[in-house]
Design a protein around this ligand. Structure first.
Ligand code: CP
Ligand code: NVA
Length: 306
């Protein structure tokens, strides 16, 4: 268990630009030295508990591998196999786990419950996706954009589709990294006005419209995600509303000719994105998936203060 205030990683909005950039700088260094004699193992002897209330491929494997590459170990738990599933409170769970492990990564839809866990824990807590945000994803996304196109400051990112957790973290990143964010969603699935207003108050250039072509115009990157996120209901209605927001060749041609395509994955080919775009020359989705590993090693190093 740690001493002092633990360094949690819950939301991009909890950080200032300098801190986020320092985490990414560390991530780039860790990527560069991976599997070389220079590779650092600063987390030797440390244990990360990973709690998954929902399924995961990337988050689960990249945190596990990342922790091991930094010299540490992991324990993976699912909500159902913990007493959490039988009514033990989140704060009691946090206090108990803090006596055993050195950090906790959690994927749980209830964002407030993750905050509660962090408040009660005496070790760092990392958000591995809630209904509101997916901060680790956006760190990897920005790292990926910058690897391909240089500094993201002043660039235009277009989001088309549902206003979900991934978009929530993009919105918080906009004022901190200084990129323009054009959002297109159906009116009925639009992001909450307060979320955009908050980013604008922090100086971000964030726009919303119902027109994906408007959003994609002059974009340096087009981003989308699934139409039905974990915990969403009424899949049929969402599919109907979101059809026009598919990223296909036509929509990509509305963006800059060298625009990247990003998707956090898993993708639903033929729904939010066509095979042609997913597998096309503008797509960097697998670099993005790889960078989850490197970005999160940067996050882990920050949380552990090493
Ligand atoms: N992008 C992402 O978080 O993927 P997983 O759900 O597989 O972890
Ligand atoms: N928006 C998706 C992301 C999955 C990684 C979901 O919440 O299901």
């Amino acid at each position: 268990a740690g001493t002092g205030t633990p360094k949690h990683f819950i939301d991009i909005g909890d950080f200032n630009a300098g801190e986020l950039k320092a985490i990414l700088e560390r991530a780039r260094n860790l990527k560069r030295t991976r599997r070389t004699p220079e590779a650092e193992k600063p987390l030797a002897g440390k244990v990360l508990a990973m709690i998954f209330e929902r399924p995961s491929t990337r988050t689960r494997v990249s945190f596990d591998v990342g922790m091991r590459e930094l010299g540490g170990e992991t324990i993976t738990l699912t909500g159902a196999e913990m007493q959490l599933g039988r009514g033990e409170t989140i704060s009691d769970t946090a206090r108990v786990l803090s006596r055993y492990v050195d950090a906790i990564m959690i994927r749980m839809l209830d964002h407030n419950a993750v905050r509660e866990l962090a408040d009660a824990a005496t070790v760092p807590v990392i958000n591995g996706l809630t209904k509101m945000s997916h901060p680790c994803q956006i760190m990897a996304d920005i790292m990926t954009f910058e690897e391909h196109r240089g500094p993201i400051r002043g660039k235009t990112i277009a989001w088309t589709g549902d206003a979900n957790n991934v978009l929530g973290s993009w919105i918080q990143a906009a004022p901190r990294f200084g990129f323009k964010l054009n959002i297109a969603t159906p009116e009925e699935l639009a992001p909450r006005r307060e979320i955009i207003a908050a980013a604008q108050r922090e100086g971000a250039d964030v726009t919303w419209s119902a027109d994906p072509y408007h959003a994609a115009a002059a974009a340096d990157c087009v981003v989308t995600d699934c139409w039905v996120s974990m915990g969403d209901e009424d899949a049929g209605r969402r599919h109907n509303l979101l059809k026009a927001y598919q990223v296909n060749k036509q929509l990509m041609s509305a963006a800059n000719s060298d625009a990247l395509f990003m998707h956090c994955l898993p993708a639903h080919r033929g729904e939010e994105v066509t095979d042609e775009v997913m597998d096309g020359p503008q797509s960097v989705v697998f670099d993005e998936a790889e960078n989850r590993l490197h970005a999160q090693k940067g996050v882990l190093a920050w949380c552990f203060g090493v």
